[in-house]
Write a protein that binds this ligand. Structure first.
Ligand code: IPM
Ligand code: MG
Length: 358
């Protein structure tokens, strides 16, 4: 089969980690007889430099015409002076909206070989950790009105609107229930229903939806409590479903609990099979161009692409097993190395993982 992938390398370490993910994808293609075609386009700081805007229409068009999008990371200090609504990060929000990517899957799991990396006590993590955060990605406060205004007395006021409609909550709840039914069957819906109307609608809508899923246990948690329980008792969680902003915050917290944010992939899905795949980490401008970045999060992101967009489960497993083999053989990138392990650069890591697939 032929698959067309739009590639947005982005800024900082983005191009380096994307390059290794493509190397691994090509190894998969060779082994299993698929052809992956890549159409590289610009977004973020790279697009500001080239076209004067962070998300050119041609980039959106190329992504829409593709079967899936692979993205590195955007942003960096070079564009700190750019006004808020034109910053590289806006390209991400723009792509999510334009492509209808409302369901963001962010797994936070601990690799057996890296159990020591977590900042939490072994007694709390006993037996590992495997949480899936399902974050709503195209609604809520990030996409509500943003207003800054000055009144006649010179007082400046700014506000942002958190807004959810029932259909937006229904479709993300459905994603969470479907995901949970392939896992441990538990969904925790996180909101702030003791204060916010939008959260009360969220809670009611998720509860209504749950009646369609007999096999799922649903519980609700306020976001402040959830942020505490993630540290106190992370094993409570199987699937967490939550709004755009709460998901943004909790997914950073959850990723840090695993101790290795350089290992975590993500998928942003639209209705149907279309999706955009990117590592959870950012553009790490401090180490860009030094061959030190960990490409594994991006490599695991293409495994998610194979699984969710192309329905190639065996091929996705092959990538995940190759990553585990790399770790089992004692190789590490700098960010996850403790003492006595062979530290590999970005390129060497990609080459080794690709060779395990071959
Ligand atoms: C993320 C990031 C983005 C977000 C930023 C860069 C706009 O933090 O993907 O979590 O807030 O969604
Ligand atoms: Mg974030």
């Amino acid at each position: 089969m032929n698959y067309n992938i739009a590639v947005v390398p982005g800024d900082g370490i983005g191009p380096e980690v994307v390059g290794e993910a493509i190397r691994v994808l090509n190894a998969v293609g060779k082994k299993y007889g698929h052809t992956f075609n890549y159409n590289t386009v610009l977004a973020g700081g790279a697009a500001i430099d080239e076209y004067g805007e962070c998300l050119p229409a041609s980039t959106v068009q190329a992504c829409k015409e593709s079967d899936a999008v692979l993205l590195g990371a955007v942003g960096g200090p070079k564009w700190d002076h750019v006004p808020g609504d034109q910053r590289p990060e806006r390209a991400l929000l723009g792509l999510r909206k334009a492509l209808g990517l409302y369901a963001n899957l962010r797994p936070a799991m601990i690799f057996e070989e890296l159990a020591d990396a977590s900042p939490l006590k072994p007694s709390i993590l006993d037996g590992g950790l495997d949480i899936l955060i399902v974050r709503e990605l195209t609604g809520g406060i990030y996409f509500g009105d943003h207003v800054t205004e000055t009144d006649d007395n010179g007082t400046v006021t700014a506000y942002d609107i958190e807004r959810y409609s029932d259909y937006e909550i229904q479709r993300i709840a459905r994603t969470a229930f479907e995901m949970a039914s392939k896992r441990q069957g538990r969904v925790t819906s996180v909101d702030k229903a003791n204060v916010l109307d939008s959260s009360r609608l969220w809670r009611k809508t998720v509860a209504d939806m749950s009646s369609e899923y007999d096999n799922i246990t649903l519980d609700n948690m306020y976001v402040d409590n959830a942020s505490m329980q993630l540290i106190r008792d992370p094993k409570h969680f199987d699937v967490i479903v939550t709004s755009n902003m709460f998901g943004d915050i909790l997914s950073d917290e959850a990723s840090q609990i695993t101790g290795s944010i350089g290992m975590l992939p993500s998928a942003s899905l639209a209705d149907g099979n279309f999706g955009m795949y990117e590592p959870v980490h950012g553009s790490a401008p401090d180490i860009a161009g030094t061959n030190q970045a960990n490409p594994i999060a991006t490599i695991l992101s293409v495994a998610m692409m194979l699984r969710y967009t192309f329905n190639l489960g065996t091929e996705a497993d092959a990538i995940e097993n190759a990553v585990k083999q790399f770790l089992r053989d004692g190789y590490r990138t700098g960010d996850i190395a403790t003492s006595g392990e062979a530290v590999c650069g970005t390129v060497e890591t990609g080459e080794k993982i690709a060779s395990y697939i071959a």
